[in-house]
Design a protein around this ligand. Structure first.
Ligand SMILES: [Zn+2]
Ligand SMILES: [Zn+2]
Length: 157
């Protein structure tokens, strides 16, 4: 697991923060550490809960501001799931071309890699005279539980 983002110090991110003329506070550091150590796709509110559990002085505003900075720096990526809440993908730098399958009801997200899809995307682009720069596939689906029981217990609301 040489490519594990967990072991990567987000120095690039703090350089980015400093270039923006912002301070590197302990609260901001706590938030960034949480983000780089998770494989889960999360919402801003989830991140706020995690951050509060670690450091009660973290404010919601700091979480939102730091998330914006993390997205702008390219360390994480916003996922368009067609939902009101935004989800963030922490596994973007290490695996920029991974795919997602997402439950339409509870929002459960599973990542997967597919060399076949990668090849197919290359081929389609080539045939059309394009060169692939990045690629994203999202499959919107019903999760196992929704199919079995007609209800997702993970659904928050
Ligand atoms: Zn992902
Ligand atoms: Zn579901």
């Amino acid at each position: 697991m040489a490519d594990n983002p967990k072991s990567r110090c987000p120095k690039e991110f703090f350089d980015f923060v400093v270039r923006r003329g912002l301070r590197q506070t302990p609260q901001r550091r706590a938030i960034v550490e949480l983000v780089v150590s998770t494989r889960q796709h999360f919402t801003a509110e989830q991140l706020y809960d995690w951050a509060r559990a670690r450091d009660a002085s973290v404010s919601r505003a700091t979480v939102y501001r730091t998330l914006t900075l993390l997205t702008e720096s390219g360390l994480i990526q916003e996922l368009e799931l067609g939902k009101e809440v935004k989800y963030y993908d922490p596994n973007y730098v290490a695996h920029p071309d991974h795919n997602h399958i997402i439950c339409l009801d509870c929002g459960k997200i599973i990542e997967f890699d597919s060399p076949e899809i990668d090849q197919q995307a290359q081929k389609i682009a080539q045939d059309l005279g394009f060169a692939v720069k990045s690629r994203r596939l999202q499959i919107l689906a019903t999760c196992d539980e929704l199919q079995k029981t007609g209800h997702c217990s993970r659904k928050a609301d």
